[in-house]
Design a protein around this ligand. Structure first.
Ligand code: ADP
Ligand code: MG
Length: 356
């Protein structure tokens, strides 16, 4: 089935050059799953109209060979610079901020992105110049959380890739490169390559803190990122449930292997904070993460309540930590503890030569 697809794809006329994609050898890969065709194309001429190309591919493929939707990924957006000079040694990874803090979790859905975004917002409130790199390439959520889902893509100037800015936080996200509704499965090296590019090529300016929203999990991809990135310390997000705590423990073990200091564990959805009466209800048995932190000798950074405002705010592009109220205070306290610990660990972010 993919053969028929490849053939159709090879015959698509590239609007930029008038040549077929096949003749221009631009087709890097095709994958068809549940009616969604994911097409990886090699870099085209500089400044090509990617939307026109996407439209041409969609027009040729959709409705044929079982394709209901197409997703076009241009490799150049991720690794064009690296591809252009294959013989050059990998550039050393720059540390664009005094403190680079990774926010990680053993698995998805524990609120890692929500916590990362609000910790960044809290850092702004504490007077720090703050950036957020959404490295959760499997499910970028910074565009939604910061209300930038419809933002134009990232611009590149002589100074580098320009981050977007919302709620005082400088932002880059893979979600600004591929549509938010198009989840993409990246291969490990591509993920690390993209992160390296974000560190090296984004015009971050002079940051006090860069928060990295890491991909969830404790596998090879996470290890490669941790090893290839000059991270000053890591914050692990967990929920109080036992299963999530098991995953948190794995995340701690992963970062221990890399000798990256664990700044602490944050318990998210710790207890239900009723928006009407302000009373707390311990839905999952609060305090599991605190006990777990003690057990494994990691600092405990605080509890973030389960509060409908957090989800509503995220969906509306508001940042709870920028406001007042009890949830904002919880984030401020956690951010203060996190900053104290990173400064205590006092590990100036080293320049690392990236080996892919
Ligand atoms: N403390 C919380 N209270 C209420 N909803 C939350 C809380 N933390 C996260 N959420 C919601 O849970 C969902 C998953 O959170 P998200 O941050 O995307 O998780 P992850 O990045 O770990 O996959 C989102 O809809 C988010 O708004
Ligand atoms: Mg996430």
């Amino acid at each position: 089935m993919t053969d028929a697809l490849s053939k159709t794809l090879n015959d698509v006329i590239d609007p930029a050059t008038g040549a077929t994609l096949g003749a221009a050898q631009r087709v890097g890969g095709v994958d068809l799953r549940d009616g969604v065709a994911t097409i990886v194309l090699r870099p085209g001429p500089p400044g090509e109209d990617i939307n026109a190309l996407r439209a041409a591919v969609a027009a040729a493929l959709e409705g044929r060979d079982g394709v209901t939707r197409t997703r076009v990924i241009i490799e150049t957006q991720l690794s064009g610079a690296a591809k252009a000079k294959p013989k050059a040694p990998p550039a050393p990874v720059r540390a664009p901020a005094r403190r680079i803090i990774a926010v990680a979790s053993g698995k998805g859905g524990v609120g890692k992105s929500t916590v990362a975004a609000n910790l960044a917002g809290a850092c702004v409130r504490l007077g720090l110049k703050t950036g957020l790199m959404d490295a959760d390439i499997y499910g970028p959520s910074a565009p939604r959380i910061f209300g930038l889902s419809d933002a134009p893509g990232l611009r590149k100037t002589d100074a580098g890739i320009q981050p977007l800015e919302a709620h005082g936080v400088k932002l880059v996200s893979m979600g600004f490169l591929v549509g938010e509704r198009d989840p993409v499965v990246w291969r490990g090296p591509m993920v690390t390559g993209a992160i390296r590019q974000f560190l090296n090529e984004v015009d971050w300016g002079d940051l006090d803190v860069l928060v990295i929203d890491m991909p969830p999990g404790t596998g090879d991809a996470q290890l490669a990122i941790a090893q290839g990135t000059p991270i000053s310390g890591v914050v692990i997000v967990s929920t109080p449930q036992t299963l999530a705590l098991d995953d948190a423990r794995k995340a701690v073990a992963l970062f221990d292997r890399t000798e990256i200091p664990i700044l602490g564990i944050i318990e998210n959805m710790s207890f239900f904070l009723c928006p009407h009466c302000g009373e707390g209800t311990e839905v999952f048995g609060r305090g599991g993460a605190r006990a777990e932190a003690e057990l494994i000798g990691a600092p405990f950074l605080g509890e973030i309540p389960l509060h409908p405002e957090l989800r509503e705010a995220s969906d509306a592009g508001r940042l709870v930590a920028s406001g007042d109220g009890p949830v904002a205070k919880a984030f401020l306290r956690a951010a203060e503890a996190m900053l104290l610990n990173v400064d205590a660990a006092h590990r100036p972010a080293p320049d690392i030569v990236f080996v892919s």
